[in-house]
Design a protein around this ligand. Structure first.
Ligand code: CTP
Length: 405
């Protein structure tokens, strides 16, 4: 695998020499890119000697005979490499990556890079704990980057606290994990539903719910990043469809059901993250309802239960449902697993403080047919999405092993 190692300007820059050794030991080719700050701490020659390659030190190489080739070198480096690891990632680099600033080789190359990214931050504790840094980290996590959290300890500035660069061995292990996870859904089609549905009451009103679609979109992003062909069927939300997905927009439960079954055939995994309305008005008036009486009663009919129908027709496909609960999470998650013939149900608490709807974070309880429950602790929805796919793949290996399929 070809890896770009971005070295930022911090005292911990020297530790990246050890990281280079560990990556080369694992058989990777390593291209080092140093920021101007990094070169104040370590000389490029150290990395050139370790990697046997010229170290990239600036956006425009002054001694290049061809200005054009030096001007587009960052695109070449971005295209030729499979993974980007940045160590140490300074507060400045995190801010630039989070906001898309591109004023040197590393930050410009980052924008042109489409592969997985591992960031190992290191800085003073107050800088690490600052709201600006934490919000940049949140953005980068949501983008799917793996963050190797710094350790607590004595820092170069004399303070004791979080901010010390993780050990090179730990950063190398994060790179291993990212590579291992990378293409484990290659060649598969994953069908995902997301967001709420809207059930019209008249031409201007509808019944819906607070689902933001963020969990379903994070699942779509994660599956696509792991090599799957993703079909995302989504109710109305304020999110851009993830890159590379086949995107199908729907409004009602009925439309969602029809699109799901039209796209079922090639899918090997189905994840029903959508918060489908349970009731709708069967005969929607063609004109706006008028305020005629003090009270209004509406007679609603059940919508098709898409997950239950999938449970009957799924064949060999792995079916994952969601349970949005306000109480009795474990009990309800288990009940839905049985009732809808799912292989896994992802239970989450919704409503109230810290509820899953609208939030960028989530914590979930996975119920499996073995009777086992797996608690996934609070993390960004993108990280939770990856944990869900980790468990889906484990579960499938187990099913294959026991059924001999
Ligand atoms: N679901 C579905 N079709 C429906 C209702 C729900 O496919 N008409 C799916 C959701 O996408 C989710 C799962 O069923 O994966 C559970 O949704 P939830 O609203 O929690 O459960 P319900 O079955 O509606 O049960 P209840 O309202 O009793 O909690």
């Amino acid at each position: 695998m070809n890896i770009v190692l971005g070295v930022g300007g911090g005292i911990a820059a020297y530790k990246s020499a050890e990281l280079v050794r560990l990556l080369i030991e694992r058989g990777h080719g390593v291209q080092v890119v140093m920021t101007a700050g990094a070169q104040e701490f370590v000389r490029p020659l150290t990395f050139a000697a370790l990697t046997g390659r010229k170290v990239v030190t600036s956006l425009f190489s002054t001694n290049s005979e061809s200005t054009l080739s030096s001007a587009i070198e960052h695109i070449g480096v971005a295209q030729e490499n499979d993974l980007l690891v940045v160590s140490p990632a300074t507060a400045d680099l995190l801010a630039k990556f989070a906001n898309g600033l591109a004023d040197d080789f590393l930050t410009t190359m980052y924008l042109a890079f489409t592969g997985p990214v591992v960031l190992a931050p290191a800085m003073n504790s107050n800088m690490w704990l600052h709201a600006a840094t934490q919000s940049n980290l949140e953005t980068l996590r949501r983008r799917g980057h793996r963050i190797v959290d710094p350790e607590e300890g004595q820092l170069a500035c004399g303070m004791v606290g979080p901010g010390r660069l993780a050990a090179p061995e730990q950063i190398a292990m994060a790179v291993d994990a990212e590579i291992g996870r990378r293409r484990d859904l290659d060649g598969e089609t994953v069908l995902i539903t997301a967001g709420p549905t809207q059930e019209p009451l008249d031409p201007v009103r509808y019944i819906s719910n607070r689902s933001s679609g963020k969990m379903g979109y994070a699942l779509a992003e994660a599956a696509a990043a792991r090599g799957a062909k993703v079909v995302l069927i989504s109710g109305p939300v304020h999110l851009a469809p993830p890159r590379g997905c086949t995107f199908i927009a729907v409004h009602t439960a009925r439309e969602m059901r029809d699109r799901v079954f039209e796209n079922l055939q090639p899918a090997s995994v189905i994840v029903k993250a959508a918060a489908v309305a349970d009731f709708h008005l069967s005969k929607v008036p063609s004109q706006k309802m008028k305020k005629t009486a003090a009270r209004l009663s509406l007679e609603l009919d059940p919508t098709p239960d898409i997950l239950a129908e999938l449970g009957r027709k799924k064949g060999d496909r792995l079916l994952v449902g969601f349970a949005a609960e306000t109480e009795n999470l474990q009990q309800e998650t288990r009940r839905k697993l049985e009732a809808k013939n799912c292989d896994m149900v992802v239970g989450n608490l919704v409503g109230g403080e810290g509820g899953a709807f609208e939030s960028d974070q989530n914590e979930v309880l996975l119920a499996l047919r073995s009777g086992e429950f797996i608690a996934v602790p609070r993390a960004s929805k993108r990280e939770v999405a990856d944990r869900i796919f980790d468990e889906i793949l484990k579960l499938r290996l187990h099913i294959y092993a026991t059924n001999g399929r």
